[in-house]
Design a binder for this molecule. Structure first.
Ligand code: ZN
Length: 493
């Protein structure tokens, strides 16, 4: 039987902020209370992982629901006895220390080696990554809630521990997008797919047991489209088990006290299996190339290093059929547009997050929010135009900075690109806000492009200035500045 102390459907494990202050609450309180809660974790990536875990939990334990009932769920808290029934149906499924089927683990991995718990916190030094944000050894013992979040994040979003360990169903470092509501309960429901959407997304799903109840077999070859929604959302590619001991302690991650300390885990190396094809993860935007009118190289989107999220905004929020092929939004974004937008919600707020990684190393973590008015869709064309133009301006600027550097020794092209991105980011958000009316689209984009061009000239002037006094520097500046102008003039709407 599941234990109250370790069952995620019962335990107070969700760290939240509310008008009453900071506290840990249960999923039952979250779903059944009128109170408005917000997640409160010390790391933004863990906060997003907690959100994804909660969305996945609700998607799995809530009985399939149609669009109309889903809209009702967003408005009204769940009745306590209804939650009780849901949770009873999954009494043995989400227990961190269940004797036979522990949450996202195996009961007995075939290894005695214990890895410190910090390795589950993606990007911390014990995870063979660069030390950024935290000191080594900072996380030694954590509470059950943080263990569940870290376990889920490692399995869903992180790159593999090493070449001997598989990454998640999508591979490591993929982008997640979610819809945001005014508070956590609303946000959860906005990201739960209705019955029809699930059937459309996964028509060939055959196997839907959670991985720790029906484990992946060694050497198994799996067709991605046969994986059911619950199994895919909670895909666990590793055979591992958390190590814990009962003692009163303060969690090194969230700071709450706990009666159980999770201090490490045992994980088998070389557990091998194969998944063929792409599982249509509900939180994942995808892109592909088109060659001879055929889709090829279909892949989950990742963050390009250095490049801010807005440069990929087209792929995050635009629908596939218009105005360009080659990408698909995350299914939750499609679903939101069909079920909620203009019916219960007058704007679309998209959360975007993920890791930029190079193999096992995390280079950067990202968490961005884009808010669009409900009828922003009428300005889709203008959004595409604006982003394409800004990227073209960036390319012209970078090219000219590079040529100037070649002649004068000024290595300024990377800096030019970085400053351009920094100083356009707020303008993109401003642009989205002005997309509230069809008529304003064209003017707003014209202004935005003029701003970007002026910025490109200023950046070129500022960065080249110290080198203009070198031999031939001024003449080279005049030449490249002229070319910059010609390049910029070609970019018009
Ligand atoms: Zn904790």
């Amino acid at each position: 039987m599941a234990d109250v102390m370790t069952n995620l459907l019962v335990l107070n494990w969700i760290p939240v902020r509310s008008p009453g202050g900071l506290q840990q609450i249960s999923l039952q309180t979250l779903l059944t209370s009128e109170q408005q809660f917000h997640l409160a974790l010390p790391r933004d990536d863990m906060e997003l992982a907690a959100l994804q875990l909660l969305i996945s939990l609700v998607q799995v334990i809530a009985p399939a629901i149609d669009a109309r009932d889903l809209r009702q769920r967003v408005k009204t808290p769940l009745a306590g006895d209804e939650y009780q029934q849901w949770s009873d149906n999954f009494a043995d499924s989400f227990d961190l220390q269940h004797a036979e089927t522990p949450f996202m683990q195996v009961a007995n991995p075939n290894t005695a080696d214990i890895t410190p718990i910090q390795k589950l916190f993606t990007g911390l030094p014990a995870g063979n990554n660069h030390a950024f944000f935290n000191e080594s050894g900072e996380i030694e013992a954590i509470c059950g809630g943080c263990a569940a979040i870290a376990l889920f994040n490692q399995a869903s979003n992180a790159p593999g521990f090493s070449g001997k360990h598989k990454a998640g169903l999508r591979g490591g470092g993929k982008i997640n997008t979610f819809l945001a509501g005014e508070h956590l309960r609303e946000t959860l429901w906005l990201n739960v797919l209705n019955r029809a959407a699930i059937e459309k997304l996964l028509p060939d799903a055959k196997r839907n047991e959670l991985c720790w109840i029906d484990p992946i077999k060694s050497g198994e070859i799996i067709a991605a489209q046969t994986i059911g929604l619950a199994r895919g959302l909670f895909w666990q590619p590793l055979r591992l088990k958390l190590e814990s001991s009962p003692r009163l302690m303060t969690c090194d991650h969230c700071g709450y006290s706990s009666d159980i300390a999770y201090t490490g885990f045992r994980c088998e190396a070389d557990f091998k299996f194969e998944v063929n094809g792409q599982w249509p993860h509900p939180h994942s935007p995808r892109v592909w190339n088109i060659k001879n009118e055929q889709r090829e190289k279909e892949r989950y989107m990742s963050f390009n290093q250095l490049v801010p999220g807005w440069t990929q905004l087209n792929q995050f929020v635009l629908s596939t059929d218009k105005p360009r092929a080659g990408n698909a939004r995350a299914p939750v974004v499609d679903h939101f547009e069909q079920v909620f937008l203009e019916q219960t919600h007058d704007k679309m707020v998209v959360l975007i997050g993920g890791y930029a990684n190079k193999q096992a190393a995390i280079l950067e973590r990202r968490h961005e929010v884009f808010s669009m008015p409900s009828n922003w869709a009428v300005n889709q064309r203008w959004l595409v135009t604006a982003i394409d133009a800004a990227l073209a301006i960036k390319t012209v600027l970078r090219g000219r900075a590079y040529y100037f550097g070649k002649e004068t020794g000024a290595k300024i092209q990377d800096q030019a690109e970085r400053i351009f991105y920094q100083q356009t980011e707020h303008k993109v958000h401003e642009l989205l806000r002005t997309f509230s009316h069809r008529k304003e689209g064209k003017q707003a984009v014209t202004d935005f492009i003029a701003y970007c061009k002026k910025l490109a000239r200023t950046i070129f002037d500022d960065l080249s200035k110290p080198y203009q006094h070198s031999p031939g520097g001024l003449a080279q500046y005049a030449k490249d500045r002229h070319s910059l102008n010609i390049g910029l003039k070609k970019i018009e709407i």
